[in-house]
Ligand binder design. Sequence first.
Ligand code: PGA
Length: 255
Amino acid sequence: MNAPKIKKLVAGNWKMNGNMQFNQSLINELMYGLSRQAQSGCDIAVCAPSPYLLQLSAMLHGQPEVTLGAQDVSAHESGAYTGEVSAAMLQDFRVRYAIVGHSERRQYHAESDAAVAAKAQRALGAGITPIVCVGETLAEREAGHTEEVVKRQLAAVIHVNGHCISEIVVAYEPVWAIGTGKTATPEQAQAVHAVLRQQLSAASEHADRVRIVYGGSMNAANAKDLLAQPDIDGGLIGGASLKVPDFLSIIAAAR
Ligand code: PGA
């Protein structure tokens, strides 16, 4: 059974979108919208491209309602890793969350389960909460391998981070639902979340407080039903997080 009082997390994943002016208007509009909503009953984050972390860190300073996230973190501490961004660097900009193992990174940058686990470990070591993404492709779902795939992906992270596994956020993101407009039904998502919860329970007595969020075409229209599921503790929102009214509706549904 899910603990009744888990605080939901709604995190926007901007991916490779935005620019200085767009970001500024988005945050201003978001803060204005939030000031008109009832007190937030959920945590809110925006995961921005690295070059804008400084801008956003300054804009969000003194705005505790919205926290800052990164979209990736290096598995290495420091040194000759051209193009990479370390957990300590993210820490400098008051980054609270780092997405790790997003399917776009697994697919386009060949990130292995072990690399994702190492990234989660680096984030945790710097006091940054990793949002660990897991999810099956359409072919894997159709072949009946969904459970096996997500469990293998999560197992790698548990293996390396076992002692502090309750500090992570897990994002179930079926690859076939990302950016496609095809959302998992609440029942399909809940079934996988329950599997992940059970796997976490075997690893930690605090599994009840691990947030397992859903991502994949979550939007203003479907958020409420998804978030009503007992093991869905929030959302990782791509496209809809770039449209403030939609993002605000999702936040409202999570309260
Ligand atoms: P989407 O992306 O909401 O645009 O499907 C979610 C994600 O990739 O994190």
